[in-house]
Design a protein around this ligand. Structure first.
Ligand code: SAH
Length: 668
């Protein structure tokens, strides 16, 4: 399955004419959407696997399918769509995303459920595929701000109570909104436009700050807002609370649910801030607990008695120790659950309608492969646990009249939220530079990502493709490893991360590095999910600027000996020169590496004629492009740097009226 747009599944597209059907068919293939066409189009439209025919009126057909899809793409007049869907609309939390594409494919309009349903995002994904203009009319989008009601979506935060419409309206008017964030990622704060309405300062006593017109809480606390307050408020709940549970055999789901609700309410904690349930591994099959986790879509993390035993807790019990081999289940499990959130890349996610994810917990050493600590190592681990955990609610015992069983509950706070999402890595080649040299699939992938990471020069080149709310991390040219590590870290957290390389990402680009690092971290090949988007490599773009030099066998050689020993590079240069390959020289020269090019030219001069044609192309398809056609013996006279690729022709390559041509042999 394609990585892009998975969360919109199932998707329907509706076309009422053959032209519209032809327009939507390729999109449906990319997004794995079902294309619905009327009977009348059946003969004229190529019926592919996912094309289905409706026989009723479109109005009736829509009634039948409205509930079945998370997103519906119409290619129809927007007025007609408005009339068709208006009787079906419920509210923005339940309606599917509705997107309209005009028959000519010039515009993609986010019509309904732009934020909650994701129609804005779907529009941004579709527009590059059609080479169309996205039409998004939401106020926050036009202010280049993330929608406040979808702000926490990438991080798996849960929307809490509050007057969302009022607060959104105040943001749209550009009035000051106070943000009090006590938990969860602050990445979103760092990627706002210069002009934004948020005030992040906690008010200091006696200090005047601009009077806010609204307030946003981002916390694990359940705030009670007075309906009469002049200050409209909303609350987001990052999932940072791990509930440790110990229970007797046969404890019912009802008792567990009531116990957790009661204890959360007593301590003013938000149930929506629960990341997951943690317990001892012998409870992995406890029916009440499993049912509770399934209903609430919470992961269940289990730990061995041996591991629970290593955690220092406030209320150990000798009786529990005799029974299960550890003096604490609830407190120790809560602490371990929270601790694990910090430093593991456990599977994030919850499969709807299936059993809850039951994870066998273990604590990892950050620098090593996953493993249980050995007895001798426990002390160190133990110290670390004491320091880095935060037990919010110590052990409470709970019983409910008329319900079987009893439970103990404790709540611990994790530093990092559980996102509940499966991370994705989109490894993207952006081509030589100009936006029209990027494939539409790559544009779509960039638009789809929560985070875009890349070398600053390339990030600047693709700036117009970014959407409000996207996290964009520019990193220096030398930090390829750090870029890959950062991308993997964020993907393991649950985010969709686009890693951009110039040219093709798999040709001296980031794709190999990211995959290598995933392999080194025992990646299972699936989580995070990876998809690769090819781009036009420098050898192709340079070739197209000078003619057709790559018409015969060719190879690429990088002169950078930072990662490859010079002896290896030299061997390849000799082989390529000897075998009469056309050669594309990447990374020919930098400020510190100047000798390599001289050596390479000397090698070629041993096997080739001095007048062997050479093209030197700097910054192909970029603003300051420079192209020089020369000969091997004069190559050193041309200015060459790290933005240059050199194409050395073969023995038959010639230059004709400033065009470099390598004959294929058709004309003898
Ligand atoms: N992934 C890239 C290559 C990255 S290595 C690709 O497929 O093109 C960096 C080297 O690529 C540079 O030192 C230069 O040799 C070459 N290069 C990248 N973009 C270029 C451009 N627009 N014009 C000329 N050379 C380029």
């Amino acid at each position: 399955m394609n990585v892009i747009g998975q969360e919109f599944q199932p998707i329907a597209a509706i076309a009422t004419t053959p032209t519209a059907a032809k327009l939507l068919q390729p999109i449906c293939q990319t997004l794995e959407a079902t294309l619905w066409i009327p009977n009348s189009c059946q003969k004229t439209v190529n019926l592919s696997l996912k094309t289905q025919v409706y026989t009723d009126s479109l109005k009736n057909h829509l009634v039948n399918i409205w509930q079945d899809y998370n997103a519906i793409i119409f290619s129809l007049a927007s007025g007609a769509v408005v009339r068709l869907i208006s009787p079906l609309l419920q509210d923005k939390y339940h309606d599917p995303a509705v997107v309209v594409v005009d028959e000519a494919g010039k515009f993609v309009i986010s019509l309904c459920s732009g934020h909650q349903g994701g129609a804005d995002q779907l529009t941004n994904i579709l527009a590059p595929l059609l080479n169309a203009t996205p039409v998004i009319t939401g106020a926050s989008h036009n202010l280049e701000l993330p929608g406040i009601d979808i702000l926490g979506k990438p991080f798996g935060w849960q929307r809490g109570e509050g007057d969302w419409n009022k607060v959104s309206g105040i943001i749209a008017r550009g009035e000051t909104v106070q943000v009090l964030q006590e938990a969860g990622s602050i990445l979103w704060q760092k990627h706002l436009p210069h002009q934004h309405p948020f005030d992040f300062e906690f008010p200091k006593i006696g200090e005047a700050s601009p009077t806010p017109k609204a307030r946003i809480w981002i916390s694990f606390t359940q705030h009670q807002f007075s309906p009469d307050s002049d200050l409209p408020k909303v609350q987001w709940h990052p999932r940072v609370l791990w509930v440790g549970v110990g229970c007797e055999r046969g404890t019912s789901k009802k008792l567990i649910a009531t116990g957790i609700e009661k204890i959360f309410s007593t301590h003013h904690l938000a149930v929506r801030a629960i990341a997951g349930i943690a317990t001892i591994n012998i409870k992995a099959d406890e029916i009440g607990l499993l049912e509770f986790c399934q209903e609430k879509e919470l992961p269940l993390r289990t730990f061995s008695a041996e591991l629970l035993n290593c955690v220092e807790v406030p209320n150990p019990s000798n009786i529990v120790a005799t029974e299960v081999g550890t003096p604490s289940v609830a407190e120790a499990a809560a602490i371990l659950g929270a601790k694990q959130q910090q430093d593991t890349n456990f599977q994030q996610g919850y499969k709807n309608n299936s059993s809850p994810i039951v994870e066998q917990g273990e604590i990892r050493d950050n620098k090593q492969e996953s493993k249980l600590p050995l007895q001798g190592e426990l002390q160190e681990e133990e110290k670390q646990l004491k320091l880095s955990t935060n037990l919010l609610v110590s052990k409470q015992i709970f019983r409910l009249e008329g319900e079987p069983g009893a439970m103990t509950i404790a709540v611990a706070l994790a530093e990092k939220e559980y996102t509940g999402r499966t991370g994705k890595l989109l490894l993207i080649g952006t081509g030589p530079g100009q936006l029209d040299q990027i494939t539409s699939a790559a544009k779509t992938a960039i638009s789809y990502a929560d985070v875009v990471i890349g070398y600053s020069l390339y990030i600047d080149l693709i700036k117009p493709l970014f959407n409000p709310g996207q996290i964009v991390e520019k990193m220096p040219i030398t930090q390829e490893r750090q870029r890959a590590e950062r991308a993997i870290e964020l993907a393991n957290f649950g985010l969709t991360v686009a890693v951009v390389s110039s040219g093709d990402c798999g040709i001296y680009g980031m794709a190999g590095l990211v995959l290598e690092q995933l392999r080194a971290s025992c990646w299972d090949g699936k989580i995070p999910a990876v998809e690769i988007f090819p781009g036009i490599s420098a050898l192709q773009s340079a070739a197209s600027r000078v003619g057709a030099p790559l018409m015969h066998d060719f190879c690429a050689i990088s002169l950078s000996d930072l990662l490859t020993p010079w002896e290896v590079i030299e061997k390849r240069l000799i082989a390529a020169a000897m075998a009469d390959f056309v050669v594309a020289i990447y990374n020919p020269k930098s400020q510190n590496r100047t000798e390599q090019l001289v050596k390479a030219i000397n090698i070629f001069l041993e096997y080739r004629q001095p007048e062997n044609p050479v093209a030197v192309v700097r910054s192909a398809y970029r603003e300051n492009e420079e192209i020089t056609l020369t000969n091997l013996d004069k190559l050193l006279e041309v200015s060459v740097d790290m933005l240059t690729v050199i194409l050395i022709g073969n023995q038959s390559t010639g230059i004709y009226n400033n065009w470099m041509i390598t004959p294929r042999g058709y004309l003898g």
